[in-house]
Each structure stands twice: as C-alpha cells, then as structure tokens.
Design a protein around this ligand. Structure first.
Ligand SMILES: Nc1ncnc2c1ncn2[C@@H]1O[C@H](COP(=O)(O)OP(=O)(O)OP(=O)(O)O)[C@@H](O)[C@H]1O
Ligand SMILES: [Mg+2]
Length: 88
C-alpha cells in the first residue's frame, strides 16, 4: 500500500509538472488521490466541487484493444451531471 501511494504521488507530481509547463501562470493545478472505484470517485468529486467539465482519456492502461471506451470513461460519461470531454 505504501509503495502504491508513493508511486502514485510520483505519477501525479510528474503530471502536475507537465501541466505547469504547458499552462499559463493563472492556471491553478491541484492533484488529489482518492481510494475506491475510479469512476465513482471522479463522479463524486465533480458533483461535490461543482466541476464545469470532466476531461478524461478514452482508454487507459488495462483495456482490451479495439474497444472505443474503457469502463471508467464509459461510466463517467454515462452518469456525469456535467459535460465530459473524452480525449482519444
Ligand atoms: N484509476 C484511475 N484514476 C484516474 N483516472 C482514471 C483511472 N482509471 C481510468 N481513468 C481515466 O479513464 C480513462 C479511460 O480509462 P479506462 O480505465 O476506462 O480504460 P482501460 O484501462 O483501457 O479499460 P478498463 O480499465 O475498462 O479495462 C483514462 O485515460 C483516465 O483518464
Ligand atoms: Mg483502466
């Protein structure tokens, strides 16, 4: 669990750094880690924080090649109250 948390932190730090370099200074970058079903956690966070739009990948790291959407992006796009932008 400890190992998973530190590798997840490293992953998020790298992603934040990439965003930081690409974005202009007025953009605030936050990273958070949640435990649980990814789609449920994303949907709950968006609802609780009145998020305007969810940007999500079409596929992740686990999926079967050839399918249009992974299970997480499918569930989020089906159940979200706000618009979802799916990046291919
Ligand atoms: N654990 C996660 N935390 C945050 N975002 C996630 C997570 N899992 C998936 N996502 C998001 O959902 C997108 C699609 O991934 P998804 O898991 O749905 O597809 P997959 O891995 O190809 O297939 P599956 O997991 O259904 O076998 C990812 O690009 C990412 O944006
Ligand atoms: Mg996946």
């Amino acid at each position: 669990m400890q190992e998973m948390k530190s590798s997840t932190n490293k992953l998020l730090d790298d992603a934040a750094e990439t965003l930081h370099q690409a974005a202009n200074e007025s953009v605030e970058i936050n990273t958070i880690i949640k435990e649980g079903d990814p789609a449920d956690q994303i949907l709950r966070y968006a609802k609780d924080h009145a998020i305007d739009v969810i940007v999500i990948g079409s596929r992740g790291l686990d999926g079967v090649k050839g399918l249009m959407l992974g299970s997480v992006s499918h569930k989020v796009s089906q159940l979200s109250d706000c618009p979802v932008l799916i990046v291919h």
